[in-house]
Design a protein around this ligand. Sequence first.
Ligand code: ADE
Length: 248
Amino acid sequence: MRIDIITLFPGTVDAPLGESIVGRARQRGVVEIAVHNLRDFAEGRHQVTDEPPFGGGGGMILKPEPLAAAIGAVRRAGARVILLDPAGRRFTQAVAGELARLPHVILVCGRYEGVDERVRQHLVDEELSIGDYVLSGGEVAALVVTEAVTRLLPGALGDEAAAERDSFARGLLEHPHYTRPEIFRDWPVPPVLLSGDHARIARWRRLMSLWRTWQRRPDLLETADLSPEEQKWVDAFNQGQAPSNLIA
Ligand code: ADE
């Protein structure tokens, strides 16, 4: 897969994309990522990328010509051009899964008060928002999308199953994790995790994943795909039962 990022501030995205899972995925050729400076596509001695809005009002608007030139220069057949903008469709794990199946994604970072409307209407395929808050530009949003998508690509994670287990992959929050020491201060690890009984551990994890989701994000349970046993557990939570009452 290839991801192109078009931004006025390449430095904002360059460093994070060289580290950790994404950095390693790039080195291994799992994903090809290129960052482009929008200013390089602006004409004239001053390479102007933004201007005040027609009709007055404050702020600066990204001009259409440099964006059109940048998108035109990086676009390949089958590409999806995405503008990061708080007015876009909400980015979720499901959208990350959708993008991870595409050969080429172009992320366009908006800036200042916005981008010329003709860019939205004619040059981008869709707009994505990472949440209901306003950032100064789309750069951090582009990083969020790039990281969420890259970790879904085959070969990106050392442990292939890790992405599957992640929060939201099944529509539920993740179960708690513990590591050494077995007792930290006077807080012990749940004994089941030390039992060596893999079936019991897996069942405990499913129960705790469900419990955490029921406590913190009950909205997710409306669309989660639950087994009959899991549905019984949810019914028991609703009747006031704690997880410790539900399995041996
Ligand atoms: N640009 C500014 N705010 C944003 C947001 N919440 N999501 C995506 N792009 C943005």
